[in-house]
Design a protein around this ligand. Structure first.
Ligand code: NAD
Ligand code: DAU
Length: 332
């Protein structure tokens, strides 16, 4: 199968993808390059760290000499590394521009120099911006509205330019909202599940009617693997769960799943520039033969169970700087 450079492999989706690769393919070598920001957590990979086909390197994708050294020994790059939280990008966009845009540039440059076989740029549905009705197709214009989605759009288009200009075998994926194990408890689902377990308030932004399309993280990993095998260089693939819900529906489902009271729901001031609805048309990928495998109701049960069974994992995180951040922003 070959040698993979996975960037951001200690984060939520990256660590799930590394698990996926070792479970699905018998002959892979994985080099995980991660800066270990607040979101990177090596505990996501404890079961894999002794695998002789796995190696972790702590480092920054913006570090040119390091990326140059690592790129010489790989066939495929999957670039997950990013600052990924919209709220943080509103408070402090600096690192988003550095990592998401400049870091992607460094990876593309070195990938070009060493002639890698495939470069997968993990983009996001947020690059299209908000849509009231209908769904975005891959050829729609990009209208990002947060510093996070704007920096991801920059990386997305930069990756495409390396295909057009230098013939680098780039594929771009734009996925919707992921949920599942190992997600940092600042994002909606893990934040609300863990708060509800602790009988803490669930801070709902605005009227709670913003809509997202939710996909189980293992389905996202499977789709990435699928486009690596079957995708066409230079193409963009929307990846969605075909499962749009507003935030109130998600909140009520979590409370019901945990047997907790709706009194935990608390309306707080809205996120500035809060996108109302994301929606993807995934016909292109579906017609190639890929469909999500997990039912939302089953995968949400699995997810809630995982956070119930892994209290130590998230309690450690929540007792740190996370609390100060939320106290400062929402007084919770
Ligand atoms: P995450 O925040 O959980 O993980 C990001 C990882 O990148 C962390 O391990 C962090 O330490 C690492 N990282 C950050 N800056 C780095 C740098 N300069 N050099 C090396 N490593 C660095 O994010 P996630 O939710 O797992 O998202 C992964 C990717 O998928 C991102 O590119 C994100 O834009 C994209 N994406 C996420 C979702 C979602 O719902 N979470 C949906 C679509 C696309
Ligand atoms: O759509 C894909 C994107 O999904 C990814 O590219 C991003 O990396 C990822 O963070 C996610 O962005 P969102 O902003 O959609 O996810 P988040 O979990 O932050 O918020 C989901 C919805 O829930 C959004 O409408 C805001 C709302 N929300 C979120 C939090 C954290 C609340 O109402 N309260 C909260 O405390």
């Amino acid at each position: 199968m070959g040698r993979y450079l996975i960037t951001g492999g200690a984060g939520f989706i990256g660590s799930n993808f590394i698990h996926y690769l070792f479970e699905k393919h018998s002959d892979v070598q994985v080099l995980n390059l991660d800066k270990l920001t607040y979101a990177g957590n090596l505990e996501n990979l404890t079961d894999i760290e002794k695998n002789p086909n796995y190696k972790f390197v702590k480092g920054d994708i913006c570090n040119e000499p390091l990326v140059e050294e690592l790129m010489q020994d790989v066939d495929y790059v999957v670039n997950f590394a990013a600052e990924s939280h919209v709220d943080r990008s509103i408070g402090s966009p600096d690192d988003f521009i550095k990592t998401d845009v400049y870091g992607t540039f460094v990876l593309l440059e070195k990938a070009r120099k060493y002639g890698i076989k495939k470069f997968i740029q993990i983009s996001t549905d947020e690059v299209y911006g908000s849509i009231e009705k209908g769904s975005f197709v891959e050829t729609d214009p990009l209208m990002p509205s947060s510093p996070y989605s704007a920096s991801k759009s920059g990386a997305d288009r930069l990756a495409y330019s390396y295909f057009v200009t230098y013939n680098l075998p780039v594929i771009i994926t734009r996925c919707s909202n992921n949920y599942g194990p190992y997600q940092y408890p600042e994002k909606l689902i893990p934040l609300f599940v863990t708060n509800a377990i602790e009988d803490k308030k669930l801070p709902i932004y605005g009227d709670g009617k913003n809509v997202r399309d939710w996909i189980y993280v293992m389905d996202h990993c499977d789709a990435i693997d699928f486009v690596m095998q079957q995708g066409v260089d230079g193409e963009i693939y929307n990846i969605g769960g075909n499962n749009e819900r507003n935030n109130l529906e998600i909140t009520e489902l979590i409370l019901k799943g945990l047997g907790k009271s709706k009194e935990l729901m608390t309306y707080v001031k809205d996120r500035p520039g809060h996108d109302r609805r994301y929606s993807l048309d995934c016909t292109k990928l579906n017609q190639m033969g890929w469909l999500p495998k997990y039912l939302f109701s089953d995968a949400m049960k699995l997810t809630i169970e995982w956070y119930k069974n892994n209290l130590e994992w998230w309690k450690k995180i929540k007792s740190g700087e996370y609390l100060d951040y939320y106290k400062k922003h929402y007084g919770l």
